[in-house]
Design a protein. Structure first.
Length: 769
């Protein structure tokens, strides 16, 4: 067989005559796919990104979730959603909907979520939402809504969350009925054109609202003169372009308010002070884009509210924190200073914070751990991710003995040492990923007995010696994936008695490396070398025999294919349930490969140049439910006919060379409900008509992304322009092909081309023979 990459170039000019759009992959749904779900009660249908101008007419009536997002639907008519009485979630965001018939949703009695963001709605009419009595979440963000009928939301008796942000609402008086919805908790009104929010415009006695967002409105007045929001907990005003008059006549009116966020220096300092004065119960304050007023002392004023526990100051360009900025914030338990270009915290800047438990300093420009942090002995979580820290000092964490989570990901740390974490006896999560660490010293040989998660992803060329992790007896997850690879010595993982998940990039493999991992269930190996397990050698033992409890094994190979994989690769893995191999096997698998893994449920062998498998391969694994053989070179499914896979329900064979599908084979897979044949050069010659009929007539198996299409010979020849090819989009009416070969246009042009040449080559050589 000719390797795909080496097809002769002389075939190229023929191409335009051969490509055409063949919506051949027929099946029960024309424009949608049923998403595979292990839970039989779910029927998730997606028609996302299909350039639909209207709702499809073949949505299964018992669909529980329907995604129509990112199409070009212009309206929803009274019949579009008929009978979908089991639907729980409906997504139609990113369409062009400007009109919805009255009662269009009336049958959707179970609907809980309706997302209509990014459409063109202008009016919300009287009966638009009729029947949606169980709807909990309605999102209408980013439409052009300017007019809402007073009764539009009347039917929504269960609604808890309503997003009307980014619309054209002008007056609060126009949406009064919304405030009276009995169960409404959250109302999002950001990015509208509201110029005032005044209780005088709200003719009701009480609203149950808990969360109100008014950010990015040109609000000039906020006035509450009666106790109509007794439950309001969270209020957001952000980036007003003008000053605001704040008038809350009695502090008790905002007694429930615990969470306030605001931003923008166009609001006067005085207005912010006034806001803070009426928020006596405040627990959390978030400040954005407020450098000017922070420099004026806004934070210290806020911190005088005794209940304030959480302060969030971000994108406020704070280059340094001096000794005064947070002076009166002694009661804080959580402080976030993320994303501020901080390069320095003065030594005593955090001195007052004797109760601080969470400190987020991520996404700044710190080059070392600030001295100010060293004294925070109450700290439990410290996030220093995405800074420029290059060195750590033995004293940095010495007093942070209560720390449970430390994030140092994405810094410039090159060296770790034994003294660093020695006092962190309570640490559970440690992330040092994305650093250039090249030496570990004795970093993990200290008393980190509570550590459960350790990430050392993408560091320098690390070497792990015997016993390096010996004291990490609680570790469950260890991530040693890398762009290059790490070097292991025998016994490197010794002592990891509780490790369940290990992911590692290796430069070579020795079974001895994986000693002492009795509880390992998940193993992912990224291999950068040739699998050199030579089973003909004396003393050969199966490579994973030290890992008897493995349930999931993933083998990924960079660049190279592996040859001569021994039939007892998986010997000893009697509990294995999932096996995934990418570029690991080349061209074939030994029929005994799965003899040792009777519990296998999921199998994925991709990018392996496979063109055939022997049916015997599958005989030892009758429980197999999901099989993915995509990105190979199968030209026939015949190997499945005698494979005996009574439980197989999910089969993916995309990106292969299948041209004719034998229905007898599909019929032998009695449990099959999902079949993916995308990106195969399926022909529509009459030899495939059996498959077409099967696709149309069988009610059990869905063929992904297929369309009904008669197997008839084309009548018209279309030449296809190169540019159409490049974008992978061909005119829908283009149906012709040379000879009786027909191909489906796909977006991955190069792959399709290769297959095309391949088949052409076959045809030419067949003709010669
Ligand atoms: C949906 O209906 C079809 C046909 O009536 C039936 O075969 C299938 O089992 C149903 N699915 C669910 C999830 O109820
Ligand atoms: C809905 O849109 C379709 C397709 O553009 C159009 O034919 C139909 O008249 C529209 N129906 C209503 C009620 O607007
Ligand atoms: C929206 O409602 C207004 C007032 O009821 C009406 O004048 C206008 O024509 C409606 N627009 C659309 C697109 O239905
Ligand atoms: C508000 O409460 C008062 C006194 O309980 C009552 O008389 C009035 O009708 C209520 N107003 C509204 C709009 O519900
Ligand atoms: C504020 O309201 C409370 C309770 O409604 C009332 O007792 C108190 O007198 C009011 N205070 C002022 C200054 O009006
Ligand atoms: C740690 O705490 C001890 C006792 O409070 C103190 O003497 C020492 O200076 C602290 N070390 C650092 C590095 O802050
Ligand atoms: C590391 O573990 C060994 C054996 O379990 C123990 O003797 C030793 O004290 C531990 N080291 C530390 C620093 O906890
Ligand atoms: C194994 O990995 C899968 C995800 O790939 C995860 O869902 C599962 O929880 C892991 N199992 C254990 C024991 O960590
Ligand atoms: C495997 O080992 C046998 C015996 O030592 C040797 O003859 C053979 O060449 C080896 N094969 C490979 C691929 O290294
Ligand atoms: C289809 O597969 C069955 C079972 O393997 C075989 O008997 C039959 O000959 C095949 N049909 C074609 C047309 O290849
Ligand atoms: C809304 C709808 O049904 N759109 C398309 C679904 O697929 C068929 C067959 O390709 C098209 O003819 C429809 O226009």
């Amino acid at each position: 067989m000719l390797a795909i990459e080496s097809w002769p170039l002389f075939l190229f000019p023929l191409l335009p005559f051969l490509l055409y759009h063949n919506p051949l992959l027929a099946f029960s749904l024309k424009n949608c796919t049923i998403v595979y779900s292990e839970n039989a009660d779910n029927l998730w249908v997606t028609c996302k990104e299909h350039e639909l101008a209207a709702l499809p007419d073949d949505i299964p009536r018992n669909a529980t979730s329907l995604d129509l997002s990112s199409n070009q639907i212009v309206n929803i008519t009274g019949t579009d959603l008929r009978c979908l009485s089991k639907l729980i979630s409906l997504q139609v965001q990113y369409n062009l909907i400007s009109h919805i018939d009255d009662g269009a949703f009336a049958d959707l009695v179970e609907l809980r979520l309706l997302d209509m963001d990014a459409n063109k709605l202008i009016n919300l009419t009287d009966n638009m939402f009729q029947g949606l009595s169980k709807l909990v979440t309605l999102s209408l963000y980013n439409n052009q809504i300017s007019c809402i009928s007073p009764v539009a939301f009347q039917a929504l008796v269960s609604i808890q969350y309503l997003a009307l942000g980014s619309n054209h609402l002008h007056q609060i008086a126009d949406i009064v009925p919304i405030f009276k919805l009995p169960n409404l908790n959250e109302l999002l009104l950001g990015y509208n054109k509201l110029t005032s929010f005044q209780s005088d415009d709200l003719p009701f006695n009480v609203s149950n609202l808990k969360v109100l967002q008014l950010d990015f409105n040109p609000l000039r007045k906020f006035s509450i003169k009666k106790d109509i929001f007794p439950h309001l907990q969270s209020l957001a005003f952000c980036k007003c372009s003008c000053d605001i008059e704040w008038d809350v006549t009695n502090k008790t009116f905002l007694m429930s308010l615990t969470d306030l966020s605001f931003s923008g220096s166009s609001v006067s300092f005085e207005a912010y002070i006034a806001m803070l004065h009426t928020a006596d119960s405040l627990q959390k304050l978030s400040l954005f884009f407020l450098k000017e007023w922070i420099d004026e002392g806004l934070i210290n004023i806020a911190c005088r509210i005794p209940s304030l526990k959480t302060l969030y100051v971000t994108v406020s360009r704070l280059g340094t924190i001096d000794d005064n900025l947070l002076r009166s914030c002694s009661q804080l338990t959580e402080l976030t200073l993320s994303g501020n270009s901080l390069s320095e915290l003065s030594e005593h800047s955090l001195r007052s914070m004797t109760q601080l438990r969470f400190l987020y300093l991520d996404t700044n420009q710190l080059s070392k751990l600030p001295l100010a942090v060293r004294g925070l002995s109450t700290l439990e979580v410290l996030d220093l991710m995405s800074n420029f820290i290059s060195e750590l000092d033995c004293l940095d964490f010495v007093n942070l003995t209560r720390l449970t989570k430390l994030d140092l990901k994405h810094n410039h740390i090159s060296k770790l040492q034994g003294c660093l974490f020695q006092n962190l006896n309570n640490l559970k999560v440690l992330n040092i990923g994305e650093n250039p660490v090249f030496t570990l010293d004795n970093t993990f040989k200290v008393n980190l007995r509570n550590l459960e998660y350790l990430n050392l992803q993408n560091n320098g060329h690390l070497v792990f010696m015997q016993g390096d992790f010996r004291n990490l007896s609680s570790l469950c997850v260890l991530d040693l994936e890398s762009n290059t690879y790490y070097q292991l010595y025998d016994g490197a993982f010794e002592g990891l008695d509780n490790l369940q998940t290990l992911s590692v990039s290796l430069g070579n493999y020795k079974k001895e490396h994986f000693r002492g991992l009795p509880h390992l269930e998940n193993l992912t190996l990224h291999l950068t070398f040739n699998w050199n397990q030579n089973s003909s050698q004396k003393n050969y033992e199966p490579p994973f025999s030290n890992l008897p409890n493995l349930k999931k094994l993933v083998l990924k190979v960079y660049d190279k294919y592996q040859e001569d994989i021994s039939p007892d690769l998986l010997k000893g893995l009697k509990f294995l349930e999932y096996f995934m191999a990418e570029k690991f096997f080349m061209k074939s698998l030994h029929p005994d490969t799965f003899k040792y893994t009777p519990r296998l449920k999921g199998l994925q062998i991709t990018h392996s140049d496979l063109s055939d498998l022997s049916p015997e391969l599958f005989w030892p694994i009758p429980n197999l439910k999901a099989l993915d053989l995509s990105n190979n070179k199968f030209r026939s499914l015949d190997f499945l006919a005698r494979a005996n896979l009574p439980a197989l329900s999910w089969l993916k064979l995309s990106d292969n060379l299948l041209s004719v599908i034998n229905v007898t084979v599909l019929q032998s897979l009695t449990a099959l409900t999902y079949l993916d044949l995308i990106d195969n050069p399926l022909t529509c010659e009459c030899s495939n008509s059996g498959f077409n009929q099967w696709v149309q007539s069988n009610s059990q198996t869905q063929v992904v992304n297929g369309h009904q299409y008669p197997c008839a010979f084309p009548t018209q020849i279309h030449q296809i322009e190169d540019n159409q090819l490049l974008f992978g989009r061909l005119p829908a009416e283009t149906q012709h092909v040379g000879g009786d070969l027909r191909y489906r246009a796909v977006s991955h042009l190069s792959k399709t081309l290769k297959k095309l040449y391949y088949l052409m080559f076959r045809q030419i050589s067949d003709n010669r023979n």
